[in-house]
Design a protein around this ligand. Structure first.
Ligand code: IMP
Length: 438
């Protein structure tokens, strides 16, 4: 069995949680490798509903082990609450969760700095999730951060946290009116961090093939390709690498560990936070997609911006990640739309562009060139086989496959686990055992 990376091909919120949840019975280990609790993965099955932020979505399927790699930043208070909430819902978490000792910790000061920066950015807000993720990665790069492994030496840990908090307080001093964390807040945070100690381990060693050759790994990406720190719409990006290529090295594994890349794309596009969005719809159709698709952030509750599928941006995501197969989500959200548009090229002034510009200012000024397809105006919600989709819905999927150059092996027709079409074609056939494909 190949080790597979599941990656978001747009600006996040593509529905990766549900896709990982469906695939994970075929894997022994589910691994998060980037981001922090800025991520929000929603999984529904039966009448149950789970929102995950740090814990890999694999935790909802009994049997597999879940790991959080060194590239993830961990907020102990948030993670503690997430674990508690899952355990209250009857999910076994602690015995199955390994947290890398190398993970950097999100301190209360990082959150305060995130909010203070957002409030005083000269060019306007980035629209961060306010979880302190960016400032934590800054401390990591500045080599002033605190790593999770230190909790194994409580006294040294406490000293390191107090010193780092003072450092952050100095930085906060540059923002008049910024809220400085209180000592009670830092004490509560310390307690939450120390409680994570039994789950701390060495993710690279745990995943190395020599430890158990029959293990198979599913890497669960967070955020999305267009939020990648380098390749996304900088500066309107997150502060970690979001591409599939990061997955193995970020966990201390060789690049050749990866055997397949599945890209998750929504049947239209959404974005939260600021930044260019060429196919954005700020009209009744945009509102329809937001309402019908329940496009409100899992982490922050913010309404998501909505727009048509952007095949120019998606094609870039295909190349950068080496995506071999597509999971297309929320097809049913388009059920009532009379005419569906798809951006196939851009215009920038008199110039025609087939590639995503590398400059956000250019991206903000492009005009999409659309192709229009007739809508199917019939119900696809809950359909579980490709042949049962209305012909026009099949044509839409096939046009996307053609534009992106890869098969749609999974199509989601509703929020629940059961509302999914799995197509038994390569490479999915090579990644999943037959019983899962049926
Ligand atoms: P940060 O990651 O909180 O610093 O936010 C930076 C940008 O990434 C903002 O536009 C956020 O809305 C966006 N972002 C971060 N995480 C996610 C996610 O999981 N889904 C969608 N957008 C995200």
């Amino acid at each position: 069995m190949a080790n597979v990376v599941v990656i978001g091909g747009q600006w996040g919120d593509e529905g990766k949680g549900k896709v990982v949840d469906i695939l994970c019975p075929a894997f022994t280990d589910i691994v998060r490798f980037n981001g922090g609790n800025n991520a929000g993965h929603t999984v529904r099955f039966g009448d149950r509903h789970f929102a995950l932020h740090i814990v890999p979505s694999g935790i909802l399927q009994p049997g597999c082990r879940c790991l959080v790699g060194p590239g993830v930043v961990v907020d102990p208070v948030g993670l503690g609450e997430e674990i508690r909430s899952l355990e209250e819902q009857g999910i076994s978490v602690r015995p199955r969760l390994v947290l890398s000792s190398r993970c950097h910790l999100v301190l209360p000061g990082h959150r305060a700095l995130d909010l203070a920066r957002e409030g005083s950015r000269p060019g306007g807000k980035l629209g961060t999730t306010g979880k302190g993720v960016g400032p934590t990665y800054e401390s990591r790069a500045a080599r002033t951060g605190v790593r999770l492994g230190t909790v194994r030496q409580p006294r040294r840990f406490r000293d390191a946290v107090l010193a780092a908090s003072q450092d952050l307080e100095r930085l906060l001093g540059a923002f008049p009116g910024a809220t400085v964390p209180t000592s009670a807040e830092i004490d509560r945070w310390l307690e939450a961090a120390l409680a994570l100690a039994p789950m701390v381990g060495d993710v690279a060693t745990a995943l190395h093939p020599s430890s158990e050759p029959s293990r198979s790994i599913l890497f669960e990406g967070a955020q999305g390709t267009l939020l990648d720190l380098d390749h996304g719409s900088y500066p309107f990006v997150t502060s970690s690498g979001c591409l599939a290529g990061f997955a193995a090295p970020a966990c201390g594994l060789p690049a050749r560990t990866i055997g397949g890349v599945l890209g998750v794309f929504k049947a239209y596009t959404t974005r939260v936070g600021s930044g260019p969005f060429p196919t954005e719809l700020e009209d009744a159709m945009g509102e329809h997609l937001r309402r019908r698709g329940n496009e409100f952030g899992t982490t922050t509750g913010r309404p998501r911006r909505t727009g048509w599928f952007d095949a120019v941006a998606a094609a870039a995501a295909m190349r950068w990640n080496g995506i071999e197969a597509i999971a297309l989500t929320k097809l049913d959200v388009l059920d009532e739309v009379a005419e569906i548009r798809l951006a196939v090229r851009y215009k920038l002034g008199s110039e025609e562009l087939r590639e995503l510009p590398d400059d956000s200012d250019d991206l903000a000024h492009v005009e999409p060139v659309y192709e229009t397809l007739p809508g199917w105006q019939a119900q696809t919600s809950g359909v579980t086989s490709f042949s049962r989709l209305p012909e026009r819905a099949r044509s839409y999927v096939e046009r996307l496959e053609e534009l992106l150059g890869a098969p749609a092996v999974m199509i989601s027709t509703g929020p629940r686990r059961e509302e999914t079409i799995l197509r038994p074609v390569p490479p999915l056939r090579d990644w999943l055992p037959d019983d899962l494909l049926r």
